[in-house]
Every structure is written in C-alpha cells, then in structure tokens.
Design a protein around this ligand. Structure first.
Ligand code: PEP
Ligand code: MN
Length: 346
C-alpha cells in the first residue's frame, strides 16, 4: 500500500503514519518528494483496510500497488531512480558503460585492460574474482588477490569497480574493495544472498537468471529493496531459448518492459547475451536504441588466451569502436553517454 501525504503534512503526521504502519506489522519506506511525502507500507497487507491509514491526519489518499513487487514498481515511485557513483550516474538521461575482463587473471592483465577501456570511454570497470563456472575444473577466479588488483585499477584509472559476489560469506571482504556488487544469473534467486545484500551499503547489479521471467527478476530486486538497500541496477543478459546459434537469446523486449514496470535503472550485457564478440556491438546498439540506461561489456586484450569467456570478449580497439557507435545511437534517441572524468589518467 502507498500512503500519499498532503503537501502540507507535518513531520509529526508522517511519524504517526510510520508508527501506524509498524503497528499493522508492515514496514515503512519513506520517499520525500519535492511536493509531498509518500510512504510505502510493505508486507502482507491483505487483511488490512486502507481506511486504517486514510483516516490519519495529514493523509491525502491510500493506493494499493497492483504488482507483487512493490518497492521496485513504478506505482511506488514514478520517477526514474538515479544512482550517483564516482564520476557518473546510472539511471538518468546519461548512458553508463561498464567494461573489463570476464575474470581478473593477473595484475598486469587487469591494469592493462582497465587503462584501455578507460581510454575508450568506459565509466566503470568490471572483473570477476569469484567465478561461477559450469565446470568445477575451470578457472574459479583469483579471490581476494583479485580484489586487491581491482582496487589498484580503480586507483590508477578513477573508475568505480564491479565484481560478482557468489555467497553471503564473500560480502564482508568484497565491500572493502568494490563499488558495485554484481549478482550473477545463477544466483538471481539465491534468496539468502539477496537478503544479505539488502543490508549492504553498496549498489547491487542484479543480473536476470537465464530462465527467469521479468517478474521474477523484479521480485528478486524486491528482496534487496525490502532489506533497506534502494540501489539496485537490473541487467538483461540473455535468456535460454531453443536457439543455439548464440549462447543466449537477448530479450530486447525486456528493456522497454522493465522501464515501464520499474523506476530502477536497466542495463544490458551484450557479451553474455550473444556469446560471440562478432555480435556484441550490434546488440549494444540495439540495447541503447531500446532504452537501456547502460551496458556491461567484456573486454580482453588477448581474448585467445583469456581464462574465461574469450570468445565473447571485445579487443580494446573494437570496444572503442563500439563506444563510438553507441554514442551515435544514444544521440538518435535523445540521450548521451555519461562524461568521462579524468580520462587523461587512464
Ligand atoms: C559474468 O558477468 O561474467 C557472468 C558470469 O555473467 P552471468 O551471471 O550473466 O552469466
Ligand atoms: Mn563472463
């Protein structure tokens, strides 16, 4: 339920509504708008009459949210959420590009790629250190050693860093090093992990599960939001279909569908969506044309020898060309790329 306060409602009236929400066994989530305050009353409200709240002083109206996800819905918050990061924002008019290797493989590899993607116009650096590999015999990532290299790359280039968290136990170490915690497709419905991330103080980049519906993705985001972390970035990364010509099938529909259902930023991963570097640039262009707020792209300076996902990694010069093309598409749809601060350092 959403409790919409009168524009002139006092602080005390807002407080009284919050107390009443808690008394009903629901949890309050306050949004302070320019004109008025809106309070979400989240939880199982099936047996609760809206009159419980509508009769309180200062309350203008009470609306039930029709979707099963509440805090994530546009009904709860009409304006796009914008999350400022170091040097750029995600979710506004500007498009953000996150790029880097699938896995952090060594200090030299990461620093070289970090500088190359920064030079080409990336805003944030990606690099996995805990890797969810299909085979237990495949490279599993460098772990904490890799986190140190990510922190060094951030220092060198000024870019915030993104890395995947696979378990609750990893969160504590990761928050010391990274700026955005990525939840991979395989963990989209790892509810204990989502709950723990609700308490984390970092933005979460939540990737869509390979067989998850848009609604299931939004329900997973709701777990994080309900835990008190309001910074969730959604990522379409391709879904499993009967098609075998590509690694996954890019659900381009998901971009405008998500943008209509939620205020959260929506980005697209053209690397895992396609699985082949030859198709990455075309799908990146399509994502921006469809209204995505950003991209997360795998880049490697020596894809043939990459320890994971080399076949879908762009070389830095291809990435640079992708950024140029995406910039042109952004302009065509009335948007622009976020400016790159301190590019000279990179
Ligand atoms: C990745 O980003 O390297 C990754 C493993 O992605 P996904 O979870 O989408 O498969
Ligand atoms: Mn990968």
């Amino acid at each position: 339920m959403m409790i919409i306060m009168h524009p002139g409602a006092s602080r005390q009236q807002v407080k009284d509504v919050v107390v009443c929400i808690k008394d009903q066994g629901l949890s309050p989530h306050i949004i302070e708008g320019v004109e008025r305050t809106v309070i979400g009353a989240v939880g199982d409200s099936r047996g609760i009459s809206p009159d419980v709240f509508s009769t309180l002083p200062g309350v203008e109206s009470v609306v039930r949210i029709s979707h099963p996800y509440k805090l994530a819905s546009r009904e709860f918050k009409a304006e796009d959420s914008v999350f400022p990061l170091d040097g750029f924002s995600i979710g506004g008019k500007e498009i953000a590009i996150i790029a880097g290797p699938c896995s952090v493989e060594s200090r030299d590899q990461l620093l070289e790629i970090a500088q190359a993607v920064r030079q080409a116009g990336a805003h944030a650096l990606r690099g996995g250190v805990f890797k969810p590999r299909t085979s237990p015999y495949a490279f599993q990532g460098l772990g904490e050693e890799g986190l140190e290299y990510l922190a060094e790359a951030r220092q060198l280039t000024g870019m915030p860093v993104v890395a995947e968290v696979m378990s609750v136990a990893q969160i504590e170490a990761m928050v010391k090093y990274v700026d955005i915690l990525q939840v991979g497709a395989r963990n989209m419905q790892n509810y204990p992990l989502l709950r723990a991330l609700g308490e984390a103080r970092l933005p979460v980049l939540l990737k869509r599960g390979m067989s998850a519906t848009v609604e299931e993705l939004l329900m997973s985001a709701e777990y994080i939001l309900a835990g008190g972390n309001d910074r969730v970035i959604l990522c379409e990364r391709g879904i499993r279909t009967f098609e075998t010509a590509t690694r996954n099938t890019t659900d381009i529909n998901a971009v405008p569908v998500l943008k209509s259902l939620t205020h959260l930023p929506v980005i697209l991963d053209p690397s895992h969506s396609t699985g082949y570097f030859e198709f990455v640039t075309a799908v990146a262009r399509a994502a921006v044309a469809a209204g995505a707020d950003g991209l997360i792209v795998e880049v490697h300076s020596d894809p043939a020898h990459a320890l994971s996902d080399g076949h879908q990694s762009l070389k830095p010069e291809m990435f640079s060309e992708m950024v140029r093309q995406v910039e042109a598409v952004a302009a065509a749809v009335g948007r622009c790329l976020a400016p790159v601060r301190n590019a000279a350092q990179g």
